[in-house]
Write a new protein. Structure first.
Length: 414
């Protein structure tokens, strides 16, 4: 058969963007919220906006250790003023008597009447509780104004925000001890493949012929946890129809998502597809991405189902680009697609692929990107070595110096 005919006979592949849009159309945000201690909310998704019940800072305060003055009392450098009071952080001063200065420390409230702070480096303390101000201050100098960070009633964190340590600090700064967050997606995870053994259970020196360690289980569990999921790890399910059916049936009762790796090709040892079809419904997509072609999604009862390819890098990338956005959307996050940035390739990639390709790369000190030399879909080293991927459009080659689109792991595995 001529090559052109063979190519045309291949089933059309689904563009990644289309696959993601289809998945997200099914991602109805989970009903129900949890109220958690702000200390424990890292990584959770805020369900109710955080509105500030106060202004931050709550009062005008000094940005420096120094002296609070009335600008009008310091007409020229060298003015001498009696020190009428001393105000430390945590105490409130009295109105500043005209013609005097207040000793003041960083964070302390600016006394009524004062309109500038002179830092202590620009002052000279004198005998008899007096101070010489050596520089004429600008009006409002070194005063942090009340509300300059947050106004009363301002929305500090929007609903749908994924909480970070900085966001927790911000919530605490407006007095929120507890936060209302989306409930955790309940995810059942299992691997298929009779070749798989668990580290710790089988010694590397005693691996049976054909056996490999189950690596997908480790990164998938870690990725799910980072996304705030409650993971039920069902381990390795044998390549048998009954065992697969049983695992799926049980998991479908109390989970929002069943996630599997392996067994979604169409070989005779691939039992996941027919088993899901027997219990619910399933679409098997050939996604035009490399690594990571087969991807299955469907439903069993109320549970979503997603089946990842078995090859570790394919499994990792389909999780990062499809499952991760889906799980974030279930928790109410709006912007779920990973953001790429422009970067310079410090490598050549002369082999264009008909699929959109995600090359594992690492940032170098010169600001460019280095390529991991082995880009095979089983080479997990490439993922652990790199800082992210170059998103390479189908049919495109790369020459050293080209501007490419870089997606950092922060966008994909956090
Ligand atoms: P499959 O998708 O089941 O045909 O698997 C494709 C390839 O990925 C095979 O070489 C499997 O041995 C390998 N594989 C499948 N599952 C895992 C896993 N959990 N950890 C490591 N490799 C796996
Ligand atoms: Mg298999």
């Amino acid at each position: 058969m001529p090559a052109a005919v063979a190519a045309a006979a291949r089933p059309p592949m689904k563009p990644l963007d289309e696959a993601l849009a289809d998945l997200l159309a099914h991602a109805v945000p989970l009903a129900g919220t949890d109220t958690v201690d702000t200390f424990d909310a890292d990584g959770r998704v805020l369900a109710v906006a955080a509105i500030s019940p106060l202004q931050v800072p709550p009062h005008d305060n000094s940005a420096m250790d120094g002296y609070a003055v009335r600008r009008a009392d310091v007409a020229a450098p060298g003015a001498q003023l009696p020190v009428s009071q001393r105000i430390a952080a945590g105490s409130a001063g009295l109105p500043l008597a005209t013609g005097t200065a207040a000793r003041i420390f960083t964070g302390a409230p600016v006394p009524p009447g004062a309109d500038a702070i002179v830092m202590q480096e620009d002052c000279q303390a004198l005998e008899g509780d007096r101070v010489q101000v050596r520089a004429v201050p600008a009006i409002h100098q070194w005063i942090r104004r009340a509300g300059e960070d947050i106004a009363l009633g301002a929305e500090v964190l929007a609903a749908g925000t994924r909480l970070t340590p900085a966001a927790l600090g911000l919530a605490a700064s407006i007095g929120l001890a507890r936060l209302t967050v989306a409930r955790r997606p309940r995810v059942a995870l299992f691997s298929t493949g009779d070749e798989l053994v668990m580290p710790g259970e089988v010694d590397p020196a005693r691996m049976p012929p054909g056996a490999i360690y189950n690596s997908n289980r480790f990164f998938l569990r870690g990725l799910l946890r980072r996304l705030g999921c409650a993971v039920t790890d069902l381990g390795i399910v044998p390549d048998r129809r009954e065992a697969t059916l049983e695992a799926l049936r049980g998991a479908s009762l109390e989970h929002d998502l069943i996630l599997t790796s392996g067994g979604v090709s169409v070989g005779e040892e691939d039992h996941v597809k027919p088993a899901v079809e027997a219990l619910g419904r399933l679409d098997l997509w050939q996604i035009a991405m490399k690594p990571g072609k087969p991807f299955a999604h469907g439903r069993i009862g109320a549970a979503h189902f997603m089946g990842l390819p078995g090859n570790p890098v394919s499994s990792f990338m389909t999780f990062a680009l499809l499952v991760r956005p889906f799980l974030l959307r279930l928790q109410g996050v709006q912007a779920v697609a990973p953001q790429s940035v422009a970067a310079t390739a410090d490598f050549d990639w002369p082999r264009a692929d008909r699929r959109r390709e995600f090359l594992r790369v690492r940032r170098n000190a010169a600001g460019g990107l280095d390529l991991f030399p082995h880009q095979g879909s089983g080479v997990l080293t490439s993922v652990a070595w790199g800082d992210g991927v170059v998103d390479t459009p189908a049919g495109q080659t790369i020459a050293r110096g080209d501007t490419v689109r870089f997606i950092s792991w922060a966008e994909l595995q956090s």
